[in-house]
Write a protein that binds this ligand. Sequence first.
Ligand code: SAH
Length: 349
Amino acid sequence: MNNELRVIINKLIKNHSLTVDEYEKLISLRCEEAAEILKAEAVNLRKKIYGNKVFIRGLIEVGNICKNDCYYCGIRKSNKSCERYRLTGDEILACCENGYQLGFRTFVLQGGEDAYFSDDFLSDIIKSVKKRYPDCAVTLSLGERSRESYERLFNAGADRYLLRHETADEEHYRKLHPEILSLKNRIACLENLKEIGYQVGCGFMVGSPCQTAKNIAKDLKFIEEFKPDMCGIGPFIPHKDTPFRDEKSGTVELTCYLLSVIRIIHPNILLPSTTALGTVEDGGREKGILASANVVMPNLSPVMVRSKYLLYNNKLNTGAESAEKLQQLKKIISDIGYEVVCDRGDVIK
Ligand code: SAH
């Protein structure tokens, strides 16, 4: 291995921190040996804190109507081929009931940015879920909202919020989003969520169009400094009805490498092995767990709408990605030496 890389890896393991330039080299100089060293360290750290537990979250895709037009996303508003839907409050509660029976103790409500999901509407649902299932956590992933809105939803009982920062580089942010969206506002939302008291998750796509090693280095520095409780990273996958239809997918290799690096930066972090990772390659989900991811989020949406929440081509929603097949997921996870547990799975501080 390149000697400079060896020095950087040792520094990361010792300090849980690097400069942006060092992160960039950690990425651009990477080799198989480096990946193995980082993976071993990451897995060891995860084991000390979380043992061999893998937490599960029931993902409810509440709607695919979105006012935004992010160039990478299959449910962007300009996509006329997307068949739109919204779940009613009763449908969302029915998903939770189904999930609870299956053993889920965290429900993630994710969707496009849609005024239909008003504070009143969501507060009612959150309160009902928390009343019926006091032993469950509610996670929201509904994009950018005002501070007041985040406060109201928190006061209604929401525990966590997932809002990927998407890229920590202004210029790169511009290449992925229309003018009206800004990195500044994205970060302001994340800061608000944290101040309000949510457990917060940021994250980014690996291999998104125009992404450089420098961009990823900035993402890692941002994650290091922001200290999120959770971090969602998965490969970018093109969607056929978006401006990025002809772009290449991100790789399992780089995603897993970065999962290990993020685990070393913040040993206690909750890291999902994402659906996108399972979609780009058979066995990708398992590779994510083996690189130190400790969360999986099977799909708990009504079966009828699953094929409509298509963020990217061929998005998995069957087999171990579907909540009903939890037994299948448990077996896959236990075959690689880990154990799916049915509890809230909060971050251990
Ligand atoms: N509207 C919510 C939820 C968005 S979907 C929000 O803004 O947070 C959740 C995540 O899916 C996004 O943050 C994005 O990082 C990811 N995603 C969207 N399109 C994708 C694609 N083509 N490939 C991989 N991931 C994608």
